[in-house]
Design a protein around this ligand. Structure first.
Ligand SMILES: Cc1ncc(COP(=O)(O)O)c(C=O)c1O
Length: 391
C-alpha cells in the first residue's frame, strides 16, 4: 500500500473526541496519584506510533522530533518499532537521544555561542552516533567547523530552508545554495542535506494544505537537484511537522525524511486545527476540584505550572467530561472555569483535561504517569525537560 493510500485509509469520519478518555475514576490506582499530573495512556501512545509509521509508509521514512515528549521511554518504543533516525531542538534532548541508544541524531537548531563546544562534546561523548545540526548563516557554521576541526571531528550540517514560516532558515533559492556550497568546502563539517519546517501550513482543507506543501517541496527538490547536478551530494531533506505530515508522506522521493513530533501524544490544539489527522490525545492531565468560588464556578488545581500558558488565556485545555467549561481565570496553581455542570461536582473530584499544546506542557512535569490496561502502571521521567543534562 502506498503512503498516500495508507494515510487516506487512516482518516475516518469518527469524531476523535469520542476516543478521548473522560473519567479518570475508570483507572485503578488513580485515587493515589497527586494532582496536577501528566498521564499517558500506553495503548493510545502505541496506536499513535503505529499510525505515524503507517502514514509514513514505513519506519525508515521517519525522523520524529522528540520535543513533544522529551522522554527516553518513548524513544525506546520508537526504536523497537524500527524508527532509528531522530530529531531534537536542544542539546539536552540530543544527549537524551544518544544515551537512549539513537545512532542518528539531527539537532534541528543552529549551535551558536557555547552550544558550539557542547555540540562537539556530544560527538566526543557519543562517538557511535552520527551528529547533524542545522545552519542558516555562514558565521556560526564557520565557528562550528573550526571547533570540529580542532577536536578532530566532522559534524553533518543540514542547511535550513525557510518555506514561508519566517522563523529560521534561508529562502529556498540561491542564498541557501551558496551556504550549501560553502559548507561542502569547509573541513570539520559535512554538507548533509536540507531541513524545511513549515509550521505555518495550517490549511483546514487537506487538499489546500497538500497544494501548499507540494509547492514548497517542488522548490526544495529542484534546489537539491541543481546542487546535485553541480556535483554536490544532497542525501536528505528533513521536512514537515504534524499538520503537513500526511502531505509530505504522499510525496515519493528517497531524499525525504518526515519529521512530525506532536503526533505521539497529540493535543487539543492539533485536534481542532487538523481534524483530518487520525491521532488521538494520548497524554492527559489529571486535575482535581478544589473550590467553588461563585455560581457556576469551579476551581481546579491545574494552574499554569501544570498546563502550558501557551496559547492565550481562555484556550489552554479541554475537559472531555465538561464540554461547556469556559476558562475564566488562570494563575500558577489555579484554573477557574465556569460550567453548567458545576453543581454536579464535589471537592476532590478528579477530572481529565486535554492540553491545547502538549509540548510545553510536558516540559512542566518531572514525570509522566503511565496508564496501561486500565490501571496506573508505571512512571517515566521526562528526561530532558532541563536545558542541561551532563553536557
Ligand atoms: C524544526 C521542527 N521540526 C519538527 C517539528 C514537529 O512539529 P509538530 O509539533 O507540528 O509535530 C517542530 C515543532 O515545533 C519543529 O520546530
Amino acid at each position: 500500500m502506498s503512503a498516500a493510500s495508507a494515510a487516506a485509509n487512516l482518516s475516518s469520519s469518527v469524531d476523535p473526541w469520542s476516543r478521548v478518555p473522560s473519567d479518570p475514576r475508570a483507572w485503578r490506582g488513580i485515587d493515589q496519584v497527586p494532582s496536577p499530573a501528566l498521564l499517558v495512556v500506553s495503548e493510545l501512545l502505541d496506536e499513535n506510533i503505529a499510525k505515524m509509521i503507517a502514514i509514513a509508509g514505513g519506519p525508515n521514512r521517519l525522523r520524529p522530533h522528540c520535543k513533544t515528549h522529551k522522554c527516553a521511554a518513548v524513544i525506546a518504543r520508537e526504536l523497537s518499532a524500527g524508527i532509528d533516525k531522530h530529531k531534537c531542538a536542544t542539546i539536552a534532548e540530543a544527549e537524551m537521544l544518544a544515551a537512549a541508544g539513537v545512532r542518528d541524531v539531527f539537532l534541528a537548531y543552529p549551535p551558536v555561542g557555547p552550544n558550539i563546544a557542547r555540540t562537539i562534546r556530544l560527538a566526543e561523548v557519543f562517538p557511535e552516533t552520527t551528529w547533524r545540526v542545522s545552519a542558516d548563516h555562514p558565521q556560526p557554521l564557520e565557528e562550528l567547523a573550526a571547533a570540529a576541526r580542532a577536536a578532530g571531528r566532522t559534524i553533518g550540517v543540514l542547511v535550513d530552508l525557510d518555506p514561508g514560516m519566517h522563523r529560521t532558515g534561508l529562502p529556498i533559492g540561491e542564498r541557501a545554495a551558496e551556504l550549501y556550497r560553502r559548507c561542502a568546502t569547509l573541513d570539520g563539517v559535512r554538507a548533509d542535506g536540507f531541513q524545511l519546517y513549515d509550521g505555518h501550513h495550517r490549511q483546514l482543507d487537506p487538499s489546500e494544505r497538500m497544494g501548499a506543501v507540494r509547492q514548497v517541496w517542488d522548490q526544495a527538490a529542484s534546489l537539491a537537484d541543481r546542487l546535485t547536478a553541480e556535483g554536490y551530494d544532497v542525501p536528505r531533506i528533513v521536512a514537515g511537522g504534524t499538520g503537513s505530515f500526511p502531505c509530505f508522506a504522499a510525496i515519493d522521493d528517497k531524499r525525504l525524511e518526515l519529521s512530525p513530533g506532536t503526533v505521539v501524544f497529540h493535543d487539543a490544539g492539533y485536534l481542532s486545527a487538523f481534524p483530518d489527522l487520525p491521532f488521538v490525545p494520548a497524554a492527559l492531565l489529571l486535575t482535581r476540584v478544589i473550590s467553588f468560588p461563585g455560581e457556576h464556578r469551579v476551581t481546579t488545581d491545574l494552574g499554569h505550572k501544570g498546563v502550558a500558558a501557551d496559547p492565550a488565556a481562555g484556550k489552554r485545555v479541554r475537559f472531555p467530561a465538561i464540554p461547556d467549561a469556559r476558562e475564566v481565570m488562570h494563575s500558577e496553581e489555579h484554573l477557574v472555569i465556569e460550567t453548567s455542570l458545576a453543581e454536579t461536582l464535589r471537592p476532590g473530584d478528579p477530572l481529565l483535561a486535554v492540553p491545547t499544546h502538549i509540548c510545553p506542557t510536558t516540559a512542566l512535569h518531572q514525570e509522566v504517569i503511565v496508564i496501561r490496561d486500565g490501571a496506573v502502571a508505571e512512571r517515566w521521567p521526562i528526561d530532558c525537560r532541563a536545558r542541561r543534562l551532563t553536557i
